[in-house]
Design a protein. Structure first.
Length: 94
């Protein structure tokens, strides 16, 4: 995790340096610069929120599929007169 955070910091620093250079070239200073910085923060926050939401939706789909297939497995075992097959739940197997 530390490596990812360090790389993220490096990317943010690099991007902000580039934006600062562009803003300097086109004369964006003072309150305009502050507003642009807030926009950057907002966009980055929104992107992270979207990534978290996508990951959570994926997790929910996985859980639903596990439950669906567990039910189907139980039905198949019953139809074939086999003892129920117990599957251990392991969501961190991916």
């Amino acid at each position: 995790m530390d490596t990812i955070i360090a790389e993220l910091r490096q990317n943010v620093d690099s991007g902000m340096e580039k934006l600062t250079a562009i803003w300097d070239d086109i004369g964006i200073v003072g309150e305009q610069r502050s507003a642009r910085n807030r926009e950057v923060l907002t966009h980055m926050g929104n992107l992270l929120d979207e990534l978290v939401q996508e990951a959570d939706q994926f997790r929910q789909r996985l859980k639903q599929n596990v439950e669906k297939y567990r039910t189907e497995l139980s039905q198949l075992c019953a139809e074939l007169a086999l003892p129920p097959y117990e599957v251990s739940v392991c969501f961190n197997c991916l």
